[in-house]
Design a protein around this ligand. Structure first.
Ligand code: ADP
Ligand code: 5GP
Length: 194
């Protein structure tokens, strides 16, 4: 069976990664989205095993110690990691696996899987990013500030990725991601970092 492909989707918190991923998976159910473990508390509506595996810090540390995570990072006060086994199984079966992860984790993946395709999602502006984060109303003021602070570093690293997509118009951003994944020979217009 053909070898699978690893796709890393990164971008600052609130840029619309989750929204884009949900739309992408609806259009392409053959893609496998890795479900991460996190020590963050669930937001209203989030479901254990669908959105994340919500674990305690002790459980997370145990998974790190047992080498059960493909990568992991601390982000804005919480830990996040990609369970190794399901990703390796899916790739072995020839599936395309998508990791929606932050910058430090993405860098670890690029080290271990140099062939992984990195897609970075940019906001149209930092003001719009702040608007989206606040409008989502899922974090405390302190967490929003931490995420916005972190966003500057992440956006500054966008050039480390193979492709940059600006999520201004959702449909357009999705079309660009689809073009990269499914019609890689078509040249894409260069995007500029904000
Ligand atoms: P992330 O997963 O990157 O943290 P989300 O997918 O949760 O971001 O999106 C953050 C907020 O921005 C959500 O309220 C979402 O509905 C909104 N959003 C996402 N994409 C767009 C867009 N292109 N235009 C306007 N709002 C958007
Ligand atoms: P949130 O708390 O908003 O769900 O996620 C915060 C950040 O953690 C986002 O940038 C998200 O992409 C990232 N993230 C989610 N899962 C993982 C993971 O398994 N590993 C890493 N490194 N980052 C993750």
């Amino acid at each position: 069976m053909a070898r699978g492909k690893l796709i890393v989707l990164t971008g600052p918190s609130g840029v619309g990664k989750g929204t884009l991923m949900r739309m992408l998976l609806r259009r392409h159910p053959e893609l496998y989205l890795s479900i991460s473990v996190t020590t963050r508390t669930p937001r209203p509506g989030e479901i254990h095993g669908r959105d994340y595996y919500f674990v305690s810090r002790a459980e997370f540390d145990q998974m790190v110690a047992n080498h059960q995570l493909l990568e992991w990072a601390e982000f804005a006060g919480n830990c996040y990691g990609t369970p190794r086994q399901p990703v390796e199984d899916q790739i072995r079966q020839g599936k395309w696996v998508v990791l929606e992860i932050e910058l430090q984790g993405a860098r670890q993946i690029f080290q271990s899987f140099p062939d992984a395709l990195g897609i970075f999602i940019l906001p149209p502006s930092m003001m719009e990013l702040e608007h989206r984060l606040r409008h989502r109303a899922s974090e405390s003021e302190e967490a929003i500030v931490r995420r916005l602070e972190r966003a500057k570093t992440e956006v500054g690293a966008a050039n480390e990725f193979d492709i940059r997509v600006i999520n201004d118009d959702l449909e357009l951003a999705l079309d660009q991601i689809e073009a990269v994944l499914f019609a890689p020979k078509e040249p894409l217009p260069e995007t500029v970092a904000v």
